[in-house]
Design a protein around this ligand. Structure first.
Ligand code: LMR
Length: 330
C-alpha cells in the first residue's frame, strides 16, 4: 500500500516537474529564408529575432536560418504548412499555387517606383491579399520590400531583341515565364540557391534580380552586364502557419504583431539604401558594366512585355490590376 502510494507520488511528481518544465519552455519560431543576411529580408529576420527575444525572451525563441540552410525555396512553403518552420517570407512571385491574385505583383512595368508599390501594399486591396490564403493554412503578416529588378546577362541588353534566344532564370512564376517568352527568350525555372551556378556554367545566360540579391550571391562575377531596367518587382510576404499563429497565447501574438509592424517599417525604409549600396559595390568590383536605358529603349521593353498582363487578367482580376495601377498616380 505504502509502496504503491510512493510510486504514485513519484509519478505525479515527475509529471508535474515535466509539466512545469514544459510550461516554461519558450515557443520556438523557426524563420527560414533563402537570401544572405546582408539583404532587406535577411536584416528583417535578424531584427525580428532581436526584438522578439528582447521583449518576449522567456516566452519566445527565434531561430533564423538564412541562405536556404534549412529549406530552399522549393520546400519552404511545404515546411511551413507541415509545421517544420513557423515563419518564412517568400517573394511574391512564389505563391501561385496558393492564390492567383498575388500574381499581380509580377506583372512587368506595373509600378513606376517603390513608393507606388508601398501605396498599393498599404491600400485596402493590398491589405486584403494578406488574408487571401488563410483557407490554405497560410496567414500573411506583412509585406517586406526588396526592390525593383534589373536584367543581367553576358550580353548587353539594350533592346528587347537583344534578349532573343537567351535562357533566363525565373522564379516559379507563370507570369515571369510569359514575360521572357514575350521577348522571345527562354525562361527556365530554378531555385534561388542554384542561380549562381546556373549562370556560371551556362545552364542559363541571364537573370532578373534586385541589386541586393545580385551582389550578395556574387552574380555580378558571372554576368558582364546589368541593365538598369527596373521592369518588375521583387518583394516579399512575411507569412506564418495559420493554425500555429491562431494557437499562440493572445498576449504573445499581440506583442509579435507589434514587433512585426516595427520591423516592417524598418525593412521597408532600409531596402532602397541597401540596394543602392550594393549597386555601388558592384560598380567598384569592376567586373560588370551597368547599362542605363534611354526612355525610348525602356519603352520598347515595356511595349514588348506589357501584353503579358492580358493573359493573366482573368486569374488576377481586372479590378485588382486597376487598383495597383492607381497607386502610380497618387
Ligand atoms: C528569387 O528566387 O530570386 C528570390 O525570390 C529570392 C529572394 O527571396 O529574394
Amino acid at each position: 500500500m505504502f509502496k504503491l502510494t510512493a510510486k504514485a507520488l513519484a509519478c505525479a511528481l515527475s509529471l508535474s516537474i515535466a509539466g512545469v518544465v514544459h510550461a516554461a519552455d519558450p515557443i520556438v519560431i523557426k524563420f527560414s529564408h533563402v537570401v544572405a543576411e546582408h539583404t532587406p529580408k535577411g536584416q528583417g529576420a535578424v531584427l525580428f529575432k532581436q526584438l522578439a527575444e528582447e521583449r518576449l525572451g522567456d516566452k519566445v525563441k527565434v531561430e533564423v536560418y538564412p541562405n536556404s540552410s534549412l529549406f530552399g525555396d522549393g520546400k519552404e512553403m511545404e515546411a511551413l504548412l507541415l509545421g517544420d518552420v513557423q515563419m518564412i517570407a517568400p517573394s511574391l512571385a512564389k505563391f501561385e499555387h496558393y492564390t492567383k491574385q498575388l500574381q499581380v505583383f509580377d506583372l512587368p512595368f506595373l509600378f513606376d517606383d517603390m513608393a507606388a508599390v508601398d501605396r498599393f501594399q498599404k491600400s485596402a486591396e493590398g491589405q486584403k491579399l494578406l488574408t487571401s490564403m488563410t483557407d490554405k493554412g497560410i496567414t500573411g503578416l506583412a509585406y517586406w520590400h526588396n526592390g525593383l529588378k534589373q536584367l543581367s546577362a553576358n550580353k548587353a541588353l539594350l533592346e528587347p531583341k537583344d534578349a532573343r534566344g537567351l535562357k533566363f532564370r525565373v522564379q516559379a512564376s507563370a507570369v515571369l515565364e510569359e514575360q521572357f517568352k514575350a521577348v522571345r527568350a527562354n525562361p527556365r525555372k530554378m531555385s534561388f540557391a542554384e542561380v549562381y551556378q546556373g549562370l556560371q556554367t551556362g545552364v542559363v545566360n541571364g537573370a532578373e534580380n534586385p541589386y541586393s540579391n545580385i551582389y550578395s550571391q556574387k552574380m555580378h562575377e558571372v554576368q558582364k552586364y546589368i541593365t538598369e531596367s527596373n521592369h518588375g518587382l521583387l518583394d516579399y510576404m512575411l507569412i506564418t502557419n495559420t493554425k500555429f499563429w491562431d494557437g499562440l497565447p493572445a498576449d504573445v501574438r499581440d506583442e509579435l504583431n507589434k514587433i512585426i509592424a516595427e520591423v516592417t517599417v524598418e525593412v521597408n525604409k532600409q531596402a532602397d539604401a541597401l540596394n543602392e549600396g550594393d549597386k555601388q559595390r558592384i560598380v567598384e568590383a569592376g567586373s560588370t558594366e551597368i547599362l542605363t536605358l534611354t526612355p525610348e529603349q525602356r519603352n520598347q521593353w515595356r511595349e514588348a512585355m506589357q501584353p503579358v498582363w492580358s493573359k493573366f487578367e482573368g486569374e488576377i482580376g481586372a479590378d485588382l490590376i486597376k487598383a495597383a495601377q492607381a497607386a502610380n498616380q497618387q
